[in-house]
Ligand binder design. Structure first.
Ligand SMILES: Cc1ncc(COP(=O)(O)O)c(C=O)c1O
Length: 405
C-alpha cells in the first residue's frame, strides 16, 4: 500500500497554513475543517441561501435539494436502509437527548432498566437520568477491568437483568479504547434490549455499517468528522424512530394543527422541528464526500504510526503515568504527570502552542472510578505529523522537568 502523504493531506486545511506554529492534538474535542467543507458552506450562503421544504421559488427548491442530498450522502455513508432513517440534529448530545426522551414516552416505565458503562461521556449519562431515571427507570453500569477495558463478563451478567435499553460509546473519548461494538450490540439484542451506540468518537475512526452492525440507534456529531459545528446525526431504524416521541415540536414536524389537536409529519421530518441547520448538513455532506476521496486504510495506518512513536516517547519520560492502552486504541492518549494537576501540564504545553485538553473530559464517573482529578488528553488526527508528536513529547519532557523540579 502506498504511504499516506500527510503533507498533501494537511495542505487542504487552511488552518495549518495560517497557524503553522500550532501543534493541534485536541481532535477528540473537534477537528479542523478542510477547504472543501468551508467552500461548500460558503457557496451555499453565497449562491443558494434559502429555507427548505417550504418555498415555491427556485432558491428554496435548490436549498431543499442540497439539504436532502446531504441526507442521502449520510445514509449511504452509514449504509442505512433508507434515507429517512437519518435525522439531522445539532449534534450527538441532541440526538441522545431525543432518544432518551422519546423512548421514555413510549417504551419505558418505572422499574425498567437501562444499561450504560463506566466510561460514558456525560451526553450518554445525563439525558438518561433527566428523561428516564427520574421517572423511576433504573440505570445499571458496566464496570471496567484493571486495564480500563469494559468488563465483558460483567456486561453479560448485567444483560441477564433484561435492560430495556443498552447505550454505550463506540470509542471512549478519554482513553481512546475501541469497544467490541459488534459483539456488544449482538449480545444486547440477544437479551432483547434496544441498542444505542454513541459514535461521537467512532465515526472518525471507522465508517460504520448500520445494516451490518444492526444497532437500533447510532449518533454522531459532524464537527468530529471534519464537518461544521452545530450539525449531527441521529440514525435510527425506521420502526424505532417511529416509536420516538419528538423532543421538539413546532413547524415542519407537523401534518395538521388546530387548537384541538395536531397530527404529525412522516419521517424524517417528524423529528426535525423548526428550520434545520441547512448549511451544516451541506457542510457535513461535503466532509463525507471529501473524506471518501482518501484511502481510509492509509489514514488508519498513519495514525497507528503516530501512536506508536508517541507511546515509545512517553515510555521514555519518567513520571508520566499513561492511562490509555496502546492496543485497540483509536488515537487518543490520556496521561498524567505523577502528582501534578492536569491543568498545570496543559498550561505549560499551551505556552509552547501545543493544543491538548486537560480535565475530566465530560466523563466524571470514569474519573471517580479512577480516583483521579482528571487527565491530559492528546488526540491525533490524520493531518498530524511525526513532527507534531516530537514537539509534544519534548514539551511534555520540559513540563515534567519544571513541575517536578
Ligand atoms: C463519546 C462522546 N459522546 C458524546 C459527545 C458529545 O458530542 P457533542 O458535544 O458534539 O454533542 C462527545 C463529545 O466530545 C463524545 O466524545
Amino acid at each position: 500500500m502506498p504511504v499516506f502523504d500527510v503533507q498533501q493531506f494537511r495542505q487542504q486545511f487552511a488552518f495549518f497554513q495560517q497557524q503553522p506554529d500550532w501543534v493541534y492534538l485536541d481532535n477528540a474535542a473537534t477537528m479542523h475543517k478542510p477547504q472543501a467543507v468551508i467552500d461548500a458552506v460558503t457557496q451555499f450562503y453565497q449562491q443558494h441561501n434559502s429555507n427548505v421544504h417550504r418555498g415555491a421559488h427556485q432558491l428554496s427548491q435548490q436549498a431543499t435539494a442540497l439539504f436532502e442530498h446531504a441526507r442521502t450522502t449520510v445514509a449511504h455513508y452509514l449504509n442505512a436502509a433508507h434515507s429517512e432513517e437519518i435525522i439531522f440534529t445539532s449534534g450527538a448530545t441532541a440526538a441522545l437527548n431525543q432518544i432518551a426522551f422519546g423512548l421514555m414516552h413510549t417504551e419505558l416505565k418505572a422499574g425498567d432498566r437501562i444499561l450504560l458503562t463506566q466510561l460514558e461521556h456525560h451526553a450518554n449519562i445525563v439525558p438518561w437520568q433527566l428523561h428516564c431515571q427520574r421517572h423511576g427507570v433504573i440505570i445499571d453500569v458496566v464496570p471496567l477491568t484493571v486495564e480500563r477495558q469494559l468488563d465483558m463478563l460483567a456486561y453479560e451478567d448485567l444483560l441477564a437483568l433484561k435492560p430495556k435499553v443498552v447505550s454505550f460509546s463506540h470509542i471512549s473519548n478519554v482513553l481512546g479504547h475501541i469497544q467490541p461494538v459488534a459483539q456488544m450490540v449482538a449480545l444486547a439484542k440477544a437479551a432483547g434490549a434496544i441498542t444505542v451506540v454513541d459514535g461521537a468518537q467512532g465515526i472518525v475512526y471507522q465508517q460504520p455499517d448500520m445494516q451490518l452492525l444492526d444497532c437500533d440507534f447510532y449518533v454522531f456529531s459532524g464537527h468530529k468528522l471534519y464537518g461544521p459545528t452545530g450539525i449531527g446525526v441521529l440514525y435510527g431504524k425506521s420502526a424505532w424512530l417511529e416509536r420516538l416521541t419528538p423532543i421538539f415540536a413546532g413547524g415542519e414536524m407537523i401534518d395538521t394543527v388546530s387548537f384541538i389537536n395536531t397530527t404529525f409529519n412522516k419521517l424524517p421530518f417528524r423529528l426535525e422541528a423548526g428550520t434545520p441547520n441547512i448549511a451544516g448538513a451541506i457542510g457535513l455532506s461535503a466532509a463525507i464526500n471529501w473524506l471518501q476521496k482518501h484511502n481510509t486504510e492509509q489514514i488508519k495506518n498513519h495514525k497507528l504510526l503516530l501512536l506508536k512513536d508517541f507511546y515509545s516517547g512517553l515510555n521514555a519520560i519518567k513520571a508520566v503515568d499513561i492511562l490509555s492502552q496502546p492496543v485497540h486504541n483509536a488515537g487518543i492518549v490520556a496521561l498524567n504527570v505523577d502528582g501534578e494537576h492536569p491543568s498545570d501540564v496543559t498550561a505549560l504545553l499551551n505556552q509552547q502552542q501545543i493544543a491538548v485538553r486537560g480535565g475530566q473530559h465530560c466523563a466524571m464517573p470514569l474519573f471517580s472510578h479512577l480516583a483521579l482529578p482528571g487527565a491530559v488528553r492528546c488526540s491525533f488526527a490524520a493531518y498530524n505529523t511525526l513532527d507534531d508528536v516530537n514537539r509534544c513529547l519534548l514539551a511534555l519532557e520540559q513540563a515534567v522537568e519544571i513541575l517536578t523540579a
